[in-house]
Design a protein around this ligand. Structure first.
Ligand SMILES: Nc1ncnc2c1ncn2[C@@H]1O[C@H](COP(=O)(O)OP(=O)(O)OP(=O)(O)O)[C@@H](O)[C@H]1O
Ligand SMILES: [Mg+2]
Length: 244
């Protein structure tokens, strides 16, 4: 990695215990300002939990996590972070406009109305009008979740499974949006299981399995199918664990 890149996210020595059992061992990651970074792992590999540790939504025991040299606990830096959770937590008695306005109150965002309209067009919901979120289907709620994750023009955005169970048109829309974010210097950190879909938009990835990072690579260095690479790494690690 060349040194003139700016580190946006630095995770040093992240350990996590749950019910006295260690579930993350010594996670170390550095994510740079020009990157789309992809966090992979089998179901239940603690990807969402790791993301929540990074975002300081759950406690970590031994750790140092910094975004742009700030500890994530600092309120100042939180304004520059976006997050789309795996299951969007939305206030269902609000319309999408009201919900985005509500989110806006946490940030000092100028031109709110323009921004809200722009975002809803971006995620193809401008025609949903003033419908309450309680009447939205799951995929519509996911779109609102994506819009709220980027309403503050974050320096880094965390997207937890932004493409799951969505049709190819929407998945393409998310991909285009990720590339647009990157062009505007927003670093993107995301989880997905749809490897073939995102191989071409991610710069680097890490695989988490058996409570630790087992691989970190530039996506361009994978000359064969990423799916095959992924399966091979997981199986090798399983063998190694069995041998221990
Ligand atoms: N607070 C908790 N207490 C106990 N178990 C938990 C807790 N949170 C998550 N788990 C369990 O820990 C495992 C890992 O959860 P997590 O959601 O982090 O995995 P993941 O890698 O994001 O999985 P997926 O690919 O399915 O999204 C799961 O088996 C989950 O049921
Ligand atoms: Mg998850």
């Amino acid at each position: 990695m060349t040194t003139n890149k700016k580190i946006v996210l630095k995770i040093s020595n992240l350990d996590k215990f749950l019910d006295k059992k260690q579930i993350l061992f010594w996670v170390n990651l550095e994510i740079y300002d020009d990157e789309v970074f992809w966090f992979l792992g089998p179901n239940g590999a603690w990807k969402t939990t790791t993301m929540k540790c990074i975002l300081n939504l759950i406690n970590q025991e031994v750790w140092e996590i910094k975004v742009l040299d700030w500890y994530v606990k600092d309120k100042e830096i939180r304004k520059q972070i976006g997050f789309m959770p795996e299951n969007t937590y939305l206030y269902r008695h609000l319309t999408w406009k009201e919900f985005l306005r509500f989110n806006w109150k946490f940030f000092d965002i100028p031109n709110l109305e323009e921004k809200v309209n722009y975002l809803m067009e971006k995620v193809w919901l401008s025609k949903a009008g003033d419908k309450l979120l309680s009447k939205y289907s799951k995929w519509m709620l996911q779109r609102v979740g994506l819009a709220q994750a980027i309403i503050n023009d974050p320096k880094i955005v965390f997207l937890d499974e932004p493409m799951s169970w969505l049709d190819p048109l929407w998945r393409k829309m998310v991909k285009d949006l990720v590339l647009e974010l990157k062009k505007n210097w927003t670093t993107v950190f995301f989880n997905t299981h749809i490897l073939s879909d995102v191989q071409d938009i991610c710069d680097r990835f890490a695989i988490i399995h058996q409570w630790k990072i087992i691989a970190q690579e530039k996506t361009s260095s994978i000359k064969w199918s990423l799916e095959d690479y992924f399966i091979e790494k997981i199986e090798k690690e399983n063998e190694r664990e069995k041998g221990n």
